[in-house]
Every structure is written in C-alpha cells, then in structure tokens.
Design a protein around this ligand. Structure first.
Ligand code: MTE
Ligand code: MO
Length: 374
C-alpha cells in the first residue's frame, strides 16, 4: 500500500477520498479563527505523502545552462526570510453544488480553503542568486516539481507566469514554516511553493525542483486538469490543449454559520450569520451582503481582516471573515451571501452560467437552507 506511510489526521475531517487523502474541516470550525490551525487546514493530495529526510533534501534550481542545489539550511540562511499570510483555495472548492448536474472530481463542500502565515525565501531572490536573467524574453514560466510521484515515477508539477514569480511584490515564496512551525507532512514538509492569489494547485508541496521555460509545465495537472470550460462543453468536446490554465482566483464567499438544515430560534426576529469571503490576485473584499428573503433586502456584514502589519506583504492575499445580523421570518428560510472585491467583481447569482464539467470555480451566491421557529 503506497499510502501506508501517510501521516495521522484528525478524525473531525470530512473525508472526500482516503487514498490519496482529501479532506476538509467541518464548516462550524472553519471560521472560528482568522488563521486556520494547521491540523484543520484542508488536505488535497493527488498521490501518497512522500517521506523526506530534511537533512539530505535538496532543492534543485535548474536554469538550463546553470544549476544550483539548495539545502534546507541554505534556504533558511542565504535568503531574507519573509512571512506572507495567504488564503489557499482548491479550484474544486464548493464543487458539490455543481455536482447535481454531472461533474468530474472530488465532491468538495465549501471548506477546501484555509488561511496561514507562511515563512520562507522569495522565489525571486532564489532565481536571481542562481543566475537567472529576468530580462530573458524567451523565458515566460517558472515551474515547480514535487517529490511525490505515481507508479510511473511522474511527480506532481505546476507552473506560473514568470512575471508573477519575479514580481517584487508577487510574494511567491518557498516556505519552510506554516504558522511558525515546520510545515506538517500533509502540507508539504519540509518545503513548498506558496503562490498567493493563485489557485491551490500551483502551491506545489514537497518541492524538489524549480525550473524555467518558454512554455507552461507539461505536468498532467497543468495541461489536463485545472482548466474550466463553457457550460456547453462536454467530455467529448473538451479541448484541454486550447483551454487556459486556471491561475488567479475569482471572488467567492460562503456561509459557515448557521449550518444547512439547522433549526433556528431567532432573537427579536434576527439571526446571526457568519462566513468567509476571499478574492484572488491580491484583491481585497470590500463588502459582503446577506439576505434571508430571496434577495429582496440585504444586510451589510461587518468585516474582520488581518492586521496589515502581521506579515511582510503589501497586498491582501488572505480572506475576510464576516458577521451579519439578518431579519428572518418564521418557516423555511434560505440565507444567501455574496461578496464584492476591490475591483468591484461580484459573484454570479447561480451556478448555471458558470457550470463546467470539471466543477471548478464554483463561486455563485452561497445559499444555506434553515428552519426558523416562531
Ligand atoms: N503539491 C504536490 N506536490 N502534490 C499535490 O497533490 N496538490 C495541490 C497543491 N500542491 C498537490 C500539491 C492542490 S490541487 C492543492 S488545492 C493544494 O496543494 C492543497 O494544499 P494543502 O493540502 O496544503 O491544503
Ligand atoms: Mo486543488
């Protein structure tokens, strides 16, 4: 069993697949704290968790005509350590809502998302120290390869545009700490790429190699996965070669309290609603609106954000938690939330126009059905 060396996980997880392990925390715990505790951070593994000896592990930076090998010690001492707070979200977060209509992928609820403070070295600094010429116009992508591999010895890999990796404030780092401690095995021990504002899939865990190229990574997960299509595209007509890779994420929000199916005893006809909102690309959340009457009236939520001095970034890569007091009528009630980001992007009202056969990027208004007592 290639999965027999996988680490221990808390039993509270909602498991979507055991081997490889894929699980999300229960919704009622997700927004309890701004920083997601490491043990509750969703896990998305495509392969068995590799066993890596931190002392002998090397990260190979291969630039074609030159190459350097970095030990963990090199990474920690040769480059200025920075701490970046970022929300990571799987492209399949909330896929379950699209799955009523056939989709292919794990049936994630709304908790394939979490926020952590990552400490590491900037990829920009690493590439420059390896002799990379940022003005080389033939190079357009930076690739990351993981140490986890399948039976054919192909390892997990992904790539991001060069301008994201090399940007002074792109905050792409190779992290060796998650919330101040060694990165847990499930989340990439001892090192992983952190690509703030981008889809989870590019945050390559168990990093073993950084390369550069004129094209995107040829990895299965860059070429034949993590691509969205038009609602009319079928499995027969999907052209993965032509479809662009998902990179920056769109604006999303979700309700964490109350839970779907709850029976609520309102106080003075009001119910407290909580949740998260996030947008990719470093865009902040400007407003979250909540309705309990089918969208006729909306209450503006109060927003909880990170302390801007808590990390070394000038951007907002992390989520906003929110709370709203919403008037409710007795009976069956649907609570809805929607967020607006700093570019005034908003969420689609329902999944119809964004449905895609892979169930990616489910960011329609989030709806939770409850019963309100008299
Ligand atoms: N990196 C490696 N090496 N192997 C993987 O399977 N999964 C990716 C990404 N990095 C993956 C990986 C995907 S799809 C996501 S959503 C995130 O890791 C999940 O990170 P987490 O498990 O720390 O939450
Ligand atoms: Mo993912």
């Amino acid at each position: 069993d290639p999965f027999s060396k996988d680490p221990f996980r808390l039993p509270v997880f909602r498991i979507n697949s055991k081997k490889p392990f894929n699980a999300e925390p229960p919704i009622e715990l997700l927004t309890d704290s701004y920083i997601t505790p490491n043990e509750l951070f969703y896990v998305r593994n495509h392969l068995p968790v590799p066993e890596i000896d931190p002392d002998s592990h090397r990260i190979s930076v291969d630039l074609g005509d030159s190459s350097i090998q970095l030990s963990l010690e090199d990474l920690k001492t040769k480059f200025k350590p920075v701490t970046i707070t970022t929300t990571i979200q799987c492209a399949g977060n909330r896929r379950q809502e699209m799955s009523d209509f056939k989709t292919k992928g794990l049936s994630w609820g709304p908790c394939a998302i979490g926020t952590a403070r990552w400490t590491g070295a900037r990829v920009r600094d690493i590439l420059l120290s390896a002799g990379f010429d940022p003005d080389d116009k033939t190079i357009k992508h930076v690739h990351f390869n993981g140490f986890d591999d399948d039976i054919t010895n192909t390892s997990y890999g992904a790539s991001i545009p060069k301008q994201k990796a090399m940007s002074l404030d792109g905050d792409v780092i190779i992290a060796y700490k998650m919330n101040g401690v060694d990165i847990p095995r499930d989340h990439g021990y001892p090192v992983r790429a952190i690509v703030p504002g981008y889809v989870g899939a590019r945050n390559v865990k168990w990093l073993r190699q950084i390369t550069v190229g004129s094209d995107e990574s040829t990895s299965h997960w860059q070429m034949n996965d993590y691509k969205a299509f038009s609602p009319s595209t079928t499995f027969e007509t999907a052209n993965y070669k032509k479809a662009p890779s998902i990179q920056e994420m769109p604006v999303i929000s979700a309700i964490s309290v109350p839970k779907p199916g709850s029976i609520i005893d309102p106080e003075d006809g009001m119910v407290e609603v909580k949740g998260y909102a996030w947008s990719g690309g470093g865009r902040d959340i400007m407003r979250v609106d909540v309705s309990a009457d089918g969208g006729n009236t909306w209450q503006e939520a109060s927003l909880t954000k990170d302390d801007p001095d808590a990390d070394d970034s000038a951007h907002c890569w992390a989520w906003t938690l929110w709370t709203a007091e919403v008037p409710v009528a007795a009976g069956k009630v649907e609570i809805i939330c929607k967020a607006i980001d700093s570019a005034n992007n908003c969420q689609p009202e329902w999944i119809g126009p964004i449905w895609n056969l892979r169930g990616f990027l489910t960011n329609a208004w989030h709806r939770v059905n409850v019963t309100v007592e008299n």
